[in-house]
Design a protein around this ligand. Structure first.
Ligand code: F6R
Length: 260
């Protein structure tokens, strides 16, 4: 795993947006897996700025979802489809045709999850998957004790995650209990995994992910199994890392031509 410690969230967003821009320039129809929540917003803002400034053409890029709430009505502003349309697709000047994800309002949610897993493979696989991390160590919505080989499926959110996400809803009661999430096995099939974590609330989860043992109790620790996983953290999220100085020195010694 490559660990990059950046001064703040904006710097993390800029670094990751640059890596995505480099990928799309090399592979214009790249499939970009996007995450929702607060953490990746600086990435999307930095990416949109590059597009607006004419430095980047993403017109052929494709975008897919990491996860989706189950049971919200189609078009609900906090459904992850709506969030990605608002925060990624529209600012990048893309159309809905270049974007796909699981339908959390499907009649048969279990079948929808399996179909989404197949759709990802049929699209040629994800080139770069963005990830956030839950305070409980989840990636996607693979909560603690998810199988490290899991495929896209329905999961039940922990109370901690529902409380963490209640800020997007009028009340905790409105936060769905269930989600469709790419499984950990599914996520590990992406060619490059890029996890961004910012803020002190993520410090314990980051330390367990990077320096702890591989454990289903910390789903993000599965990144240790991936040949190309990058963890970008701000100083606050890095505050629990014992090897922080080593990670800083390693990144500083990286050749200038090498992207994350
Ligand atoms: C969102 C997702 C989650 C979030 C995580 C962190 O699509 O899959 O794993 O990345 O819950 O959320 P924030 O960034 O809001 O702290």
């Amino acid at each position: 795993m490559e660990i990059v410690i950046v001064p703040d969230a904006a710097a993390g967003g800029e670094l990751i947006a640059s890596a995505m821009a480099e990928l799309v320039t090399r592979k214009p129809d790249a499939l970009l897996g996007v995450a929702t929540g607060s953490t990746p917003l600086p990435i999307y803002q930095a990416l949109a700025a590059k597009v607006r400034g004419g430095a980047l053409d993403v017109s052929r890029a494709r975008v897919c979802q990491l996860d989706e709430y189950v049971g919200l009505p189609t078009g609900h502003p906090e459904s992850y489809r709506s969030v990605v349309l608002r925060e990624v697709i529209e600012p990048l000047g893309l159309t809905e045709a270049s974007f796909f994800g699981p339908d959390g309002a499907a009649e048969d949610v279990a079948a929808e999850a399996i179909a989404y897993d197949h759709a990802l493979a049929a699209a040629g696989g994800v080139d770069l998957q963005l990830l956030g991390i839950g305070t409980d160590g989840h990636i996607g919505f693979n909560e603690p004790c998810s199988s490290l080989a899991s495929r896209t499926r329905i999961k039940t959110l922990t109370q901690q995650t529902r409380v963490d996400n209640a800020r997007f809803f009028d009340s905790l009661d409105e936060v769905p209990h269930h989600v469709i999430t790419q499984g950990i096995g599914t996520i590990l099939e992406a060619r490059h995994l890029v996890l961004l974590a910012t803020g002190e609330a993520k410090a314990d989860a980051v330390a367990a992910t990077v320096e702890g043992p591989l454990s289903a109790l910390v789903p993000a620790s599965a990144l240790q199994l991936h040949p190309h996983a990058t963890v970008v953290v701000d100083e606050a999220a890095a505050s629990g890392l014992k090897l922080a100085d080593y990670f800083r020195a390693t990144y500083a010694a990286k050749p200038a031509w090498q992207s994350i």
